[in-house]
Design a protein around this ligand. Structure first.
Ligand code: PBG
Length: 325
């Protein structure tokens, strides 16, 4: 036999030498939930090991994140009061705005990304303003732009619209530019599917829609060309990074998106992905660390450059130990 693929698998140094996918901690983004109140660190029932923090207790978690060597966080806010307009999303003293000021003061070395959406802030749980039973696109994007601006004014380094309204990237870009924030990047959740994988997040953020579902704005998971259309539109509107979400069931989209754009591609391993691994591991049916490594590498192998995951701190540890990367 002349060709024997096994030769390259014979020893660990050689296997590492020819490894095709390399990861480092610089790619990781850790999502965190901040809520109203004081002295609160409460575990999210459907996401064991993940917590909601009040602003005063957020820094202790940021310290852990920084210590693990994870350079960036994505912040989600849970306001005390929700209303029809989601007004706490763009209030100067809203939960995210206060959390940002405090976080930046104590841990200025971390990079802060904020989720831009109304669903955590609206009483009806939809991602925008309602007109009857419909989410009204154009007035919504004005509020999303206002939300992004108030987050940037409070210290956000980057904004990440996750609402899936048409034209939101352009609206956000225009307002940020007008106010002198032309260098603040936008990471667009461009390829975001209407997915059952978000259920634990909605539990965490108390943001499940009170009627209907999100399929009039998030994408139908039977479609892939439509995802590329979203990418091209967001690129034209000024997005700087394109996100695919969820990750594990959409690896094909990560690969396709990477081919369709020259922008960096991020993948979000969402709450349901975390919950599935956690639950099976707790039952002793799978080995958590192995599955976490394998699913993370899969996203990078598919073509992601950045990776949002609730396992970011653990992954940083596995990278330190040389188990992956
Ligand atoms: C807000 C938003 C959601 C997620 C990120 N931003 C929930 C949703 O669209 O219902 C999901 C993240 C996760 O499941 O981890 N629109």
């Amino acid at each position: 036999m002349i060709k024997r693929p096994r030769r390259l698998r014979s020893k660990e140094p050689l296997r590492r030498m020819v490894r095709e996918t390399r990861i480092d901690k610089a790619s990781l983004i850790y999502p965190l939930f901040v809520r109203e109140g004081e002295k609160i660190r409460e575990e999210i029932p459907s996401m064991p090991g993940q917590y909601r923090y009040s602003v005063d207790r957020l820094p202790e978690e940021l310290e852990q994140v920084a210590k693990a060597g994870v350079p960036s966080v994505m912040l989600f806010g849970i306001p005390g009061e929700k209303d029809e307009q989601g007004s706490q999303a763009y209030a100067q003293d809203g939960i995210i705005q206060r959390a940002l000021r405090e976080a930046k003061r104590q841990f200025p070395e971390l990079y802060y990304i904020t989720d831009v959406c109304l669903c955590e802030y609206t009483s009806h749980g939809h991602c925008g303003l309602l007109r009857g039973q419909e989410v009204d696109n154009d007035p919504t994007i004005r509020l999303l732009a206002k939300t992004a601006l108030s987050q940037v004014q409070a210290g956000a380094d980057m904004v990440a619209p996750s609402d899936m309204m048409d034209g939101r990237v352009a609206a956000i870009r225009a307002l940020l530019d007008e106010k002198g924030y032309e260098n603040t990047p936008i990471m667009s959740y461009a390829v975001k599917y209407a997915s059952g994988f978000y259920a634990p997040f909605r539990d965490a953020a108390e943001s499940a829609p009170s009627f209907g579902d999100r399929s009039s704005y998030q994408m139908d998971y039977h479609n892939s060309r439509e995802g590329i259309r979203e990418v091209l539109l967001d690129e034209e509107e000024g997005a700087d990074i394109i996100m695919v979400k969820p990750a594990l069931a959409y690896l094909d989209m990560i690969t396709r998106v990477r081919e369709a754009t020259k922008l960096p591609v991020a993948a979000y391993s969402v709450s349901g992905e975390y919950a599935m691994i956690k639950a099976a591991a707790q039952k002793g049916w799978i080995q958590e660390d192995k599955i976490v490594c394998e699913t993370a590498v899969a996203a990078f192998r598919a073509g992601a450059q950045s990776y949002l995951t609730y396992y970011a701190k653990e992954l940083a540890g596995y990278l330190d130990e040389g188990r992956i990367g």
